[in-house]
Design a protein around this ligand. Structure first.
Ligand code: NDP
Ligand code: OXD
Length: 311
Protein backbone atom coordinates (compact mmCIF):
# COMPACT_ATOMS: atom_id res chain seq x y z
CA UNK A 1 0.00 0.00 0.00
CA UNK A 2 1.29 3.52 -0.83
CA UNK A 3 1.84 5.45 2.34
CA UNK A 4 0.24 8.65 1.11
CA UNK A 5 -0.88 11.03 3.84
CA UNK A 6 -3.09 13.82 2.56
CA UNK A 7 -2.71 17.00 4.57
CA UNK A 8 -6.05 18.76 4.74
CA UNK A 9 -5.62 21.44 7.31
CA UNK A 10 -3.99 24.34 9.07
CA UNK A 11 -3.02 26.28 5.89
CA UNK A 12 -0.24 28.45 7.21
CA UNK A 13 1.70 25.62 8.83
CA UNK A 14 1.85 23.51 5.65
CA UNK A 15 5.55 24.23 5.25
CA UNK A 16 6.41 23.17 8.79
CA UNK A 17 4.44 19.93 8.41
CA UNK A 18 6.02 19.18 5.03
CA UNK A 19 9.49 19.72 6.46
CA UNK A 20 8.74 17.61 9.52
CA UNK A 21 7.60 14.61 7.48
CA UNK A 22 10.54 14.95 5.09
CA UNK A 23 12.97 14.93 8.02
CA UNK A 24 11.32 12.57 10.49
CA UNK A 25 9.25 10.19 8.38
CA UNK A 26 10.49 10.23 4.75
CA UNK A 27 8.76 6.88 4.19
CA UNK A 28 5.43 8.75 4.26
CA UNK A 29 4.35 10.39 1.00
CA UNK A 30 3.10 13.62 2.63
CA UNK A 31 0.89 15.61 0.25
CA UNK A 32 -0.72 18.94 1.04
CA UNK A 33 -4.14 19.06 -0.60
CA UNK A 34 -4.45 21.06 -3.81
CA UNK A 35 -7.82 21.66 -5.46
CA UNK A 36 -8.28 19.37 -8.44
CA UNK A 37 -5.86 16.75 -7.10
CA UNK A 38 -6.94 13.09 -7.49
CA UNK A 39 -7.40 11.86 -3.93
CA UNK A 40 -9.51 8.79 -4.66
CA UNK A 41 -6.72 6.37 -3.60
CA UNK A 42 -5.42 8.22 -0.57
CA UNK A 43 -5.31 5.85 2.44
CA UNK A 44 -4.45 8.33 5.21
CA UNK A 45 -5.54 11.88 5.94
CA UNK A 46 -4.30 14.43 8.48
CA UNK A 47 -7.03 16.97 9.06
CA UNK A 48 -8.27 19.85 11.19
CA UNK A 49 -11.18 21.19 9.14
CA UNK A 50 -11.93 19.79 5.71
CA UNK A 51 -13.42 21.52 2.65
CA UNK A 52 -16.91 20.34 1.63
CA UNK A 53 -16.88 17.28 -0.61
CA UNK A 54 -13.35 16.23 0.25
CA UNK A 55 -14.25 13.29 2.46
CA UNK A 56 -16.48 11.75 -0.20
CA UNK A 57 -13.64 11.98 -2.72
CA UNK A 58 -11.30 9.88 -0.54
CA UNK A 59 -12.74 6.51 -1.44
CA UNK A 60 -9.92 4.35 -0.05
CA UNK A 61 -9.47 6.07 3.31
CA UNK A 62 -8.14 3.83 6.09
CA UNK A 63 -7.31 6.27 8.94
CA UNK A 64 -8.13 9.88 9.71
CA UNK A 65 -5.61 11.64 11.95
CA UNK A 66 -6.78 14.77 13.77
CA UNK A 67 -4.20 17.56 13.89
CA UNK A 68 -5.43 18.52 17.35
CA UNK A 69 -6.35 16.77 20.58
CA UNK A 70 -9.94 17.91 20.20
CA UNK A 71 -11.85 16.42 17.27
CA UNK A 72 -15.20 18.14 17.82
CA UNK A 73 -14.96 20.06 14.52
CA UNK A 74 -14.21 16.91 12.57
CA UNK A 75 -17.04 15.01 14.27
CA UNK A 76 -19.48 17.82 13.56
CA UNK A 77 -18.85 17.46 9.80
CA UNK A 78 -21.76 15.43 8.36
CA UNK A 79 -19.45 14.25 5.55
CA UNK A 80 -16.92 12.61 7.92
CA UNK A 81 -16.79 8.90 7.06
CA UNK A 82 -18.40 6.99 9.94
CA UNK A 83 -16.58 3.70 9.42
CA UNK A 84 -12.99 4.99 9.26
CA UNK A 85 -11.03 5.19 12.54
CA UNK A 86 -10.49 8.76 13.74
CA UNK A 87 -7.28 9.20 15.77
CA UNK A 88 -6.83 12.28 17.96
CA UNK A 89 -3.49 13.98 18.55
CA UNK A 90 -1.52 12.90 21.59
CA UNK A 91 2.08 14.08 21.57
CA UNK A 92 4.35 15.30 24.36
CA UNK A 93 4.93 18.82 23.01
CA UNK A 94 1.18 19.49 22.89
CA UNK A 95 0.90 18.26 26.47
CA UNK A 96 3.92 20.27 27.61
CA UNK A 97 2.53 23.45 26.05
CA UNK A 98 -0.80 23.00 27.78
CA UNK A 99 0.83 22.31 31.14
CA UNK A 100 2.85 25.53 30.69
CA UNK A 101 -0.31 27.51 29.85
CA UNK A 102 -2.31 26.14 32.79
CA UNK A 103 0.54 26.76 35.22
CA UNK A 104 1.09 30.30 33.86
CA UNK A 105 -2.58 31.20 34.13
CA UNK A 106 -3.13 29.55 37.52
CA UNK A 107 -0.18 31.52 38.95
CA UNK A 108 -1.55 34.69 37.31
CA UNK A 109 -4.94 34.20 38.96
CA UNK A 110 -3.46 32.90 42.23
CA UNK A 111 -1.36 36.08 42.55
CA UNK A 112 -4.13 38.33 41.14
CA UNK A 113 -1.66 40.09 38.90
CA UNK A 114 -4.34 42.62 37.85
CA UNK A 115 -4.13 44.13 41.36
CA UNK A 116 -0.41 44.78 40.89
CA UNK A 117 -1.07 46.24 37.44
CA UNK A 118 -3.71 48.60 38.85
CA UNK A 119 -1.31 49.81 41.56
CA UNK A 120 1.53 50.26 39.08
CA UNK A 121 -0.73 52.22 36.74
CA UNK A 122 -1.28 54.75 39.59
CA UNK A 123 2.39 54.56 40.72
CA UNK A 124 1.23 53.31 44.13
CA UNK A 125 3.33 50.97 46.31
CA UNK A 126 0.38 48.94 47.60
CA UNK A 127 0.90 45.91 49.86
CA UNK A 128 -0.28 42.82 48.04
CA UNK A 129 -0.88 39.54 49.80
CA UNK A 130 -1.85 36.13 48.53
CA UNK A 131 -2.30 32.72 50.12
CA UNK A 132 0.28 29.96 50.08
CA UNK A 133 -0.39 27.46 47.27
CA UNK A 134 -1.51 24.84 49.81
CA UNK A 135 -4.26 27.24 50.86
CA UNK A 136 -5.43 27.67 47.24
CA UNK A 137 -7.70 25.10 45.59
CA UNK A 138 -7.53 24.60 41.84
CA UNK A 139 -10.08 22.37 40.13
CA UNK A 140 -9.51 20.82 36.72
CA UNK A 141 -12.45 19.63 34.63
CA UNK A 142 -11.14 16.79 32.48
CA UNK A 143 -8.37 14.53 33.77
CA UNK A 144 -7.27 13.07 30.46
CA UNK A 145 -3.97 13.43 28.66
CA UNK A 146 -3.78 17.19 29.26
CA UNK A 147 -5.75 17.60 32.51
CA UNK A 148 -3.83 14.88 34.35
CA UNK A 149 -0.47 16.37 33.29
CA UNK A 150 -1.55 19.87 34.34
CA UNK A 151 -2.81 18.52 37.68
CA UNK A 152 0.54 16.84 38.36
CA UNK A 153 2.41 20.11 37.68
CA UNK A 154 0.11 22.08 40.02
CA UNK A 155 0.58 19.43 42.72
CA UNK A 156 4.34 19.88 42.31
CA UNK A 157 3.85 23.61 43.02
CA UNK A 158 2.03 22.77 46.25
CA UNK A 159 -1.55 23.67 45.28
CA UNK A 160 -4.59 21.83 46.54
CA UNK A 161 -5.67 20.14 43.33
CA UNK A 162 -8.97 18.50 42.57
CA UNK A 163 -10.15 17.02 39.32
CA UNK A 164 -13.41 16.00 37.72
CA UNK A 165 -13.82 13.39 35.02
CA UNK A 166 -16.35 10.99 33.60
CA UNK A 167 -14.91 7.88 35.24
CA UNK A 168 -13.16 7.53 38.64
CA UNK A 169 -9.46 8.41 38.76
CA UNK A 170 -6.63 7.89 41.17
CA UNK A 171 -3.86 10.46 40.67
CA UNK A 172 -1.20 11.25 43.31
CA UNK A 173 -2.34 14.10 45.61
CA UNK A 174 -5.31 14.97 43.39
CA UNK A 175 -8.74 14.82 45.03
CA UNK A 176 -10.82 13.23 42.33
CA UNK A 177 -14.51 13.49 41.56
CA UNK A 178 -16.45 11.95 38.72
CA UNK A 179 -19.81 12.09 37.00
CA UNK A 180 -22.64 14.62 37.29
CA UNK A 181 -23.49 13.61 40.89
CA UNK A 182 -20.06 14.63 42.17
CA UNK A 183 -19.82 17.86 40.21
CA UNK A 184 -21.32 20.05 42.98
CA UNK A 185 -18.83 18.71 45.56
CA UNK A 186 -15.95 19.29 43.11
CA UNK A 187 -17.05 22.87 42.49
CA UNK A 188 -17.84 23.82 46.08
CA UNK A 189 -14.20 24.49 47.05
CA UNK A 190 -12.67 25.25 43.63
CA UNK A 191 -11.25 28.78 43.66
CA UNK A 192 -9.58 28.57 40.23
CA UNK A 193 -11.50 26.44 37.73
CA UNK A 194 -9.66 25.11 34.68
CA UNK A 195 -11.63 23.54 31.83
CA UNK A 196 -9.82 20.86 29.82
CA UNK A 197 -12.82 18.82 28.71
CA UNK A 198 -13.49 17.64 25.18
CA UNK A 199 -16.51 19.28 23.55
CA UNK A 200 -19.28 16.68 23.36
CA UNK A 201 -23.05 16.66 23.61
CA UNK A 202 -22.61 16.15 27.39
CA UNK A 203 -20.16 19.00 27.93
CA UNK A 204 -21.49 21.70 25.55
CA UNK A 205 -22.54 24.72 27.61
CA UNK A 206 -21.31 23.19 30.88
CA UNK A 207 -19.67 26.47 31.97
CA UNK A 208 -22.97 28.20 32.68
CA UNK A 209 -24.75 30.25 35.35
CA UNK A 210 -25.74 27.23 37.42
CA UNK A 211 -22.14 25.95 37.51
CA UNK A 212 -20.71 29.39 38.32
CA UNK A 213 -23.18 29.71 41.23
CA UNK A 214 -21.72 26.54 42.77
CA UNK A 215 -18.17 27.95 42.93
CA UNK A 216 -16.96 29.97 45.93
CA UNK A 217 -17.75 33.66 45.38
CA UNK A 218 -14.95 35.48 43.52
CA UNK A 219 -13.58 32.38 41.79
CA UNK A 220 -11.48 32.50 38.61
CA UNK A 221 -12.20 30.67 35.37
CA UNK A 222 -9.63 29.43 32.86
CA UNK A 223 -11.08 27.89 29.69
CA UNK A 224 -8.48 26.29 27.46
CA UNK A 225 -10.77 23.63 25.99
CA UNK A 226 -13.41 24.84 23.53
CA UNK A 227 -15.59 27.94 23.20
CA UNK A 228 -18.67 25.71 23.05
CA UNK A 229 -18.19 24.77 26.72
CA UNK A 230 -18.96 28.32 27.80
CA UNK A 231 -22.28 30.16 27.82
CA UNK A 232 -20.75 33.55 27.10
CA UNK A 233 -23.66 35.66 28.41
CA UNK A 234 -23.61 33.70 31.69
CA UNK A 235 -19.94 34.49 32.20
CA UNK A 236 -20.50 38.19 31.58
CA UNK A 237 -23.39 38.17 34.10
CA UNK A 238 -21.38 36.19 36.68
CA UNK A 239 -18.46 38.63 36.32
CA UNK A 240 -20.73 41.66 36.58
CA UNK A 241 -22.20 40.18 39.78
CA UNK A 242 -18.75 39.36 41.24
CA UNK A 243 -19.47 35.62 41.41
CA UNK A 244 -16.60 35.14 38.93
CA UNK A 245 -13.89 37.68 39.67
CA UNK A 246 -11.56 37.03 36.75
CA UNK A 247 -11.22 34.79 33.73
CA UNK A 248 -8.78 33.73 31.05
CA UNK A 249 -10.25 32.42 27.83
CA UNK A 250 -8.23 30.84 25.03
CA UNK A 251 -11.15 29.49 23.00
CA UNK A 252 -14.39 31.02 21.76
CA UNK A 253 -17.64 30.08 20.08
CA UNK A 254 -16.57 32.32 17.16
CA UNK A 255 -12.86 32.41 16.30
CA UNK A 256 -11.27 34.82 15.66
CA UNK A 257 -13.17 36.64 18.41
CA UNK A 258 -15.03 39.49 16.61
CA UNK A 259 -13.65 43.00 17.33
CA UNK A 260 -16.98 44.17 18.78
CA UNK A 261 -17.31 41.25 21.21
CA UNK A 262 -17.94 42.41 24.81
CA UNK A 263 -15.19 40.11 26.11
CA UNK A 264 -12.54 42.47 24.72
CA UNK A 265 -13.60 45.23 27.07
CA UNK A 266 -14.54 43.23 30.17
CA UNK A 267 -12.32 44.04 33.12
CA UNK A 268 -10.23 41.16 34.45
CA UNK A 269 -11.11 39.02 31.42
CA UNK A 270 -7.92 37.95 29.67
CA UNK A 271 -7.88 36.65 26.12
CA UNK A 272 -5.38 34.44 24.33
CA UNK A 273 -5.93 33.58 20.64
CA UNK A 274 -6.51 29.79 20.80
CA UNK A 275 -2.86 29.04 21.28
CA UNK A 276 -2.78 27.58 24.78
CA UNK A 277 -0.88 24.77 23.12
CA UNK A 278 -0.14 23.81 19.55
CA UNK A 279 0.71 20.45 17.99
CA UNK A 280 4.40 20.19 17.15
CA UNK A 281 4.74 18.84 13.57
CA UNK A 282 8.04 17.05 14.24
CA UNK A 283 6.86 15.27 17.32
CA UNK A 284 3.51 14.51 15.63
CA UNK A 285 5.10 13.24 12.38
CA UNK A 286 7.02 10.59 14.26
CA UNK A 287 3.88 9.43 16.07
CA UNK A 288 1.70 9.39 12.95
CA UNK A 289 4.31 7.37 11.05
CA UNK A 290 4.46 4.90 13.95
CA UNK A 291 0.67 4.54 13.97
CA UNK A 292 0.63 3.91 10.21
CA UNK A 293 3.33 1.26 10.62
CA UNK A 294 1.32 -0.37 13.41
CA UNK A 295 -1.83 -0.34 11.31
CA UNK A 296 -0.04 -1.89 8.34
CA UNK A 297 1.33 -4.59 10.65
CA UNK A 298 -2.23 -5.39 11.72
CA UNK A 299 -1.80 -3.92 15.20
CA UNK A 300 -4.32 -1.82 17.10
CA UNK A 301 -4.20 1.97 16.75
CA UNK A 302 -3.78 4.23 19.79
CA UNK A 303 -6.01 7.17 20.71
CA UNK A 304 -8.92 6.23 18.48
CA UNK A 305 -12.02 8.31 19.14
CA UNK A 306 -15.01 6.52 20.58
CA UNK A 307 -17.70 7.95 18.30
CA UNK A 308 -20.50 7.18 20.76
CA UNK A 309 -18.76 9.08 23.61
CA UNK A 310 -17.61 11.85 21.27
CA UNK A 311 -13.98 11.89 22.48
P1 NDP B 1 -8.72 13.41 26.76
O1 NDP B 1 -9.70 12.69 25.90
O2 NDP B 1 -7.41 12.75 27.05
O3 NDP B 1 -9.38 13.73 28.17
C1 NDP B 1 -10.69 14.15 28.32
C2 NDP B 1 -11.05 14.18 29.78
O4 NDP B 1 -12.37 14.75 29.93
C3 NDP B 1 -11.12 12.78 30.40
O5 NDP B 1 -10.64 12.79 31.72
C4 NDP B 1 -12.63 12.48 30.41
O6 NDP B 1 -13.04 11.60 31.44
C5 NDP B 1 -13.18 13.87 30.68
N1 NDP B 1 -14.58 13.95 30.24
C6 NDP B 1 -15.09 13.77 29.01
N2 NDP B 1 -16.43 13.90 29.02
C7 NDP B 1 -16.77 14.16 30.30
C8 NDP B 1 -18.00 14.36 30.95
N3 NDP B 1 -19.18 14.31 30.30
N4 NDP B 1 -17.99 14.58 32.29
C9 NDP B 1 -16.82 14.61 32.97
N5 NDP B 1 -15.60 14.41 32.41
C10 NDP B 1 -15.59 14.19 31.09
O7 NDP B 1 -8.51 14.85 26.11
P2 NDP B 1 -7.20 15.77 26.19
O8 NDP B 1 -6.83 15.93 27.61
O9 NDP B 1 -6.17 15.31 25.24
O10 NDP B 1 -7.79 17.15 25.59
C11 NDP B 1 -8.87 17.82 26.19
C12 NDP B 1 -9.35 18.96 25.32
O11 NDP B 1 -8.47 20.05 25.37
C13 NDP B 1 -9.46 18.67 23.83
O12 NDP B 1 -10.63 17.94 23.52
C14 NDP B 1 -9.46 20.05 23.22
O13 NDP B 1 -10.78 20.51 23.09
C15 NDP B 1 -8.72 20.90 24.24
N6 NDP B 1 -7.44 21.40 23.72
C16 NDP B 1 -7.27 22.75 23.58
C17 NDP B 1 -6.09 23.27 23.13
C18 NDP B 1 -5.87 24.73 23.04
O14 NDP B 1 -4.86 25.18 22.50
N7 NDP B 1 -6.76 25.54 23.56
C19 NDP B 1 -4.96 22.40 22.75
C20 NDP B 1 -5.23 21.00 22.95
C21 NDP B 1 -6.44 20.54 23.40
P3 NDP B 1 -12.54 10.06 31.48
O15 NDP B 1 -11.07 10.14 31.82
O16 NDP B 1 -13.35 9.47 32.55
O17 NDP B 1 -12.79 9.50 30.10
C1 OXD C 1 -6.37 21.00 19.91
C2 OXD C 1 -6.31 22.46 19.78
O1 OXD C 1 -7.46 20.45 20.10
O2 OXD C 1 -5.22 22.97 19.41
O3 OXD C 1 -5.30 20.35 19.84
O4 OXD C 1 -7.28 23.14 20.05
Amino acid sequence: MTRTLLFAGAGERTEAWTRAFAEIAPEIDFRPYEPGQDISNVPYCLAWRVAPGLWAAMKQLKIIFGIGAGVDRLLADPGLPRDVPLVRMVEPELTRGMVEYVLWQCLFHHRKVWELEAAQNCAVWRPHTYPAPWDRTIGIMGLGELGAAAAAKLVEFGFQVRGWSRSPKSLPKVTSFFGPDQLPAFLSKTEILVCLLPLTSETRGILNASLFAQLPRGASLINAARGGHLVEADLLAAMAAGQINAATLDVFETEPLPPDHPFWSTERLYITPHNASVTDPRSAAWRIARQIAKFEAGEELDNVIDRARGY
